[in-house]
Design a protein around this ligand. Structure first.
Ligand code: ZN
Length: 317
């Protein structure tokens, strides 16, 4: 598309959103309405040293600016881990274990000459869905990211709620089974141990026999979904457990925050046909009827773009 035509189509300020994963960098130029007007997906590369990753991200940003040809106001960078958002520092990263207190935001600002704001990856996904995806039009939205683990984000009065330390939205660690499966956080019975890929694999191990042997297959969640849809009742039971766990967590969230929309995003959201019946039954059984009636539980609409869109429109506020 010609640059002049692009300028006529975009709405409001343009920003760049980057979703930095362990193996891939997804990035896009995004307008104020959350539409991606240019995009790039690149491998992180073998060199995971902080300086090398900064150089790669700077290259992605420069490439997007050249492709788009319109002024960009800021960059939003979403990454997993423990972040010090105010200082633009990644304290600890599950994807880059060698990083300790890396000032990624400041280094990137120096490299590209644009303001860079850092956010938690799950928060960015849910903010993107809340503003430009399945939560569009609702001001109070809570979302769960159903990936390897379970993350979350809380949007109240249209704004991302970050909490005192920037750690709000760790919804995967809501207790759903007292004295249940041990969790890496030190607690037992966390939602994450029953929902998401970690939870599904634990369900296979607990089922034993031939199912336990599937637990460590790289594609175990996909195989489980396919066989459950084909009628495997033992696998359907594991998705029921996932739905029941999510229903309990959603009841807690709705009683606490009185939100009107719940969004389920992440790689396992497309298995909602398998876990949604149990989720709905448990949520309604455990929630004040008058509160539950107004709540819509929806799967995300932005798919793999949600983190890019959320990081971009989040940094423009
Ligand atoms: Zn936990």
């Amino acid at each position: 598309m010609a640059k002049r035509d692009l300028g006529a189509r975009v709405s409001g300020t343009l920003t760049i959103g980057i979703d930095l994963g362990g193996t891939r960098v997804k990035a896009g130029v995004v307008d104020a309405a959350g539409a991606i007007v240019a995009r790039r997906v690149e491998a992180v590369g073998a060199d995971k040293d902080g300086a090398a990753v900064v150089a790669r991200l700077a290259g992605v940003i420069t490439g997007l600016q050249q492709e788009c040809g319109l002024p960009v106001a800021a960059v939003g960078l979403a990454a997993a881990g423990v972040l010090d958002r105010a200082r633009g520092v990644i304290c600890e990263s599950p994807n880059f274990p060698a990083w300790r207190d890396l000032a990624l935001g400041r280094h990137l600002e120096a490299a590209v000459g644009l303001p860079v704001s850092l956010d938690n990856d799950a928060n960015a996904v849910i903010y993107g869905e809340a503003r430009a995806g399945a939560g569009r039009g609702a001001v109070n939205v809570v979302g769960f990211t159903l990936g390897t683990g379970v993350g979350g984000g809380i949007v109240l009065d249209g704004r991302l709620w970050r909490g005192t330390r920037g750690m709000a939205g760790e919804l995967g660690h809501i207790t759903v089974v007292p004295e249940g499966r041990p969790c890496g956080c030190g607690n037992r019975g966390c939602l994450e141990q029953y929902a998401g890929a970690v939870g599904l694999r634990q369900g296979l191990r607990d089922a034993g026999g031939d199912l336990a042997r599937m637990a460590d297959a790289p594609d175990a969640p996909e195989r489980m979904a396919a066989q459950a849809r084909a009628g495997n009742s033992r696998l359907r039971d594991i998705f029921d457990v996932m739905g029941d766990a999510l229903g309990q967590a959603i009841a807690t969230v709705v009683h606490t925050l009185d939100v009107q929309r719940i969004v389920l995003a992440g790689g396992l959201a497309p298995t909602a046909d398998l876990f949604m019946p149990a989720l709905t039954a448990t949520f309604h059984a455990r929630t004040f009827r008058s509160m539950a009636q107004g709540v819509r539980v929806l799967t995300g609409e932005l798919g793999e773009d949600a983190g890019v869109v959320g990081a971009a429109i989040g940094c423009a506020r």
